[in-house]
Design a protein. Structure first.
Length: 223
């Protein structure tokens, strides 16, 4: 059961009033809480005086993305070694913006659906499912057996993003960590390694931004 916590003496602007109205309409209990207690409940995250406690996140299964219920050619983003929840939230937001169907994260040594990831997604996490897998490489192989092409993002790619010819196919886009990029085995499981062309003055892109740029290009080509 969800519960909404509201800091005492909060500045009740339009956004706060709307949040309280929605909570009331949905029968969510609303508790006024000292700001210090709200800081503790949110682990000192930036909460702006409002927080909602919800049941544990329910992960999807990657097979849900093979034949998605929402329209469009299947489009999935998989994360390889990304540990910052803000990157996950930003990627979920880009997946929602550009017609993707889901995100896959490994269960170990990877970010999961934390409160920070949910907040950074700006609501998109309510619409875009996230699947958690015990073995990312096996999940990629299963997608390939189901007819997907797997492309990995790396600054030393075989193909530059403007030359990507697989956009109209069912796709899994694999995003590696900023520090190490794609792991060796994951790279070997990709059909193509794709790079985003950049000015020579910039060495690399943040993982969330690289994913967003790639998703935009795929959506543009599909249109």
């Amino acid at each position: 059961v969800a519960t909404m916590y509201v800091a005492g003496r909060i500045d009740a602007d339009d956004r706060v009033r709307e949040a309280l109205k929605i909570a009331g309409e949905r029968g969510i209990p609303i508790l006024e809480t000292p700001r210090g207690e709200l800081d503790r409940l949110t682990d000192d995250a930036v909460h702006q005086g409002l927080a909602i406690q919800v049941p544990p996140y329910e992960y999807a299964h990657p097979s849900d993305f093979v034949d998605p219920q929402t329209p469009g050619i299947p489009l999935v983003v998989a994360l390889d070694g990304i540990t910052d929840p803000r990157n996950l939230g930003a990627i979920i937001r880009s997946v929602a913006a550009f017609g993707g169907h889901g995100v896959v994260v490994p269960a170990r040594r990877s970010v999961g659906m934390t409160a920070s990831a949910w907040k950074t997604s700006a609501g998109a996490a309510a619409r875009i499912p996230v699947a958690q897998v015990s073995n990312l490489n096996q999940a990629l192989k299963d997608f390939k057996k189901a007819g997907f092409f797997v492309i990995g993002l790396d600054m030393d790619g075989d193909v530059e993003l403007p030359d990507l010819e697989l956009a109209s196919e069912p796709l899994v886009i694999v995003v590696g960590s900023e520090g190490k990029g794609l792991s060796k085995l994951v790279g070997e499981n990709c059909d193509q390694i794709v790079s985003v062309p950049m000015s020579s003055a910039v060495e690399s892109l943040n993982a969330g931004i690289a994913a967003g740029v790639t998703l935009y290009e795929v959506a543009r080509r599909r249109r």
